[in-house]
Design a protein around this ligand. Structure first.
Ligand code: SAH
Ligand code: SF4
Length: 445
């Protein structure tokens, strides 16, 4: 969501004739679009701001803007705490940013605008996408779930679904613009509703029916709301990606109830077996919080047990950090930092082993990859993702960026697969197909 907001900020400023620069020394305006969901995101911002002192010294005209959730949470306090910040702008006021930059310049003033109610939906702002072939498409903003550890409802406000037709129009425009992969975004996409009886199932179905929509992803699904109908729709539609991000958070029913998650481990296991049964190719990823408030050793082992039972393809693991204003922040955080770190390492090591085993089962297979760019690890290689969200690195030319390529997997690690571009042998016309994911896929030669 934060990355998407940054694209809207870039779009808005481009329309006001700002140009992006990759060279910090050339910038007249520096914008930090912040996230405050976990404590270390906060800490990173203050680290970055303290490094600006000498730059501001050399260039008095430089404007430093802090946008996003930390801006919303701290408001004027941020101006007080950080002398290098000129403008604080909350997510509900992003539309005012060009005006604030002008006013700050004209009046030589430090300004803050971070109102609690949305002044203008962020989705109404122009967007400047980073990628020509991948796009985020927010279908809703805010959240009503109030999980006890989570700051999102306090900084992003209440849940609001975008009108059905508006989302469809934007999806069509993206496809017309050559976008190959669209990710529908919301804090809990399964609670989307348009006020006329249409929910997430209907929206996902309608987007998948757009001609030329090649890959559709969505995030995030809340386990209390993911329905069997949506699972069946993913199974039926070739262009809805076989990947579900389903945050478990904890494997202990006691902790889940304390977290206000409104599901049990039994319900979660029921969902995962339904997914595995209906979509055998599906990859599952999750989020886990370790060391939550009163998490006892027994609760922690319930989480370990769930990781072993669900065998997620990938898990994002976080140490609990109290966030201001949340219910959890008002209770005693009983677990020491060292103990949180120990639990983190144990879960992380276990998950790495599971991810590695799952990834190894791909060796020898040919998979379609959407090439996203040059590999970060090895600039001689290119990198992309499979339909079920596996990262694949393989030797290839930059001309393939943005294209779907068939890749033969030759090796696998815990975080990525390694492959070689698969060039089909010359075939006769009736032979030129391979069996892939139970479907017939043409390979053009
Ligand atoms: N809406 C999404 C999550 C958004 S926040 C959902 O419900 O799944 C992304 C992840 O950050 C959460 O899933 C959770 O695992 C983690 N997180 C949120 N608040 C946290 C906190 N206070 N401490 C540690 N991790 C946290
Ligand atoms: Fe936070 Fe829970 Fe909402 Fe996700 S569903 S954003 S974890 S309150």
């Amino acid at each position: 969501m934060n990355k998407h907001d940054s694209e809207r900020i870039a779009g808005l400023l481009s329309e006001c004739h700002f140009q992006e620069t990759l060279e910090i020394g050339q910038a007249e305006v520096i914008i930090y679009n912040t996230c405050s969901v976990r404590e270390n995101a906060d800490n990173r911002l203050f680290g970055h701001l303290s490094q600006l002192a000498s730059l501001k010294e050399r260039k008095r005209s430089l404007k430093v803007v802090v946008a996003g959730c930390i801006a919303q949470k701290m408001k004027e306090d941020l101006l007080e705490r950080s002398p290098h910040v000129d403008i604080v702008v909350g997510p509900n006021d992003l539309g005012a940013l060009p005006h604030l930059i002008r006013m700050s310049e004209e009046k030589k003033a430090r300004l803050c605008q971070a109102r609690d109610k949305p002044q203008q939906e962020i989705t109404s702002l122009p967007s400047k996408r980073k990628s020509a072939f991948k796009a985020w498409l927010p279908i809703m903003t805010g959240c009503n779930n109030f999980c006890s550890y989570c700051i999102v409802p306090y900084v992003r406000g209440r849940e609001h679904s975008r009108p059905f037709e508006e989302v469809l129009t934007e999806a069509q425009e993206l496809v017309d613009d050559g976008v190959v992969e669209i990710t529908l975004l919301g804090q809990n996409v399964n609670s989307y509703h348009d006020g006329n009886g249409r929910g997430f199932f209907h929206l996902l179905e309608a987007v998948s029916q757009i001609e030329g929509a090649k890959r559709i992803r969505f995030a995030t699904s809340h386990p209390k709301d993911l329905s069997p109908e949506v699972i069946d729709l993913i199974a039926q539609r070739e262009n809805i990606c076989n990947h579900i991000h389903l945050p478990l958070q904890s494997g202990s029913n006691r902790i889940l109830s304390h977290m206000n998650r409104k599901y049990t481990r039994e319900h979660f296991l029921h969902l995962t077996s339904l997914i595995q049964e209906r979509i055998p190719e599906a990859a599952l990823s999750t989020d886990i919080i370790v060391g939550y408030l009163s998490e006892e050793e027994e609760d922690f082992w319930d989480t370990v047990d769930m990781l072993k039972k669900c065998r997620f393809d990938q898990a994002f693991i976080f140490e609990f950090s109290p966030r201001p204003g949340t219910t959890a922040s008002m209770m005693e955080d009983r677990i020491s930092k060292a103990e949180k770190q120990r639990r983190f390492r144990m879960v992380n090591d276990l998950q790495k082993e599971i991810s590695w085993q799952k990834n190894r089962s791909y060796i020898g297979r040919c998979i379609t990859v959407l090439v996203e760019g040059r590999s970060k690890k090895d600039p001689g290689e290119i990198s992309g993702r499979t339909d079920n969200n596996k990262v694949v690195n393989f030797p290839g030319s930059s001309e393939l960026i943005g294209k779907m390529v068939s890749v033969k997997i030759v090796d696998a690690g815990a975080f990525s697969l390694k492959g070689i571009a698969h060039v089909p042998r010359r075939t006769t016309s009736h032979e030129n197909c391979v069996i892939f994911k139970g479907e017939l896929q043409r390979i053009s030669d």
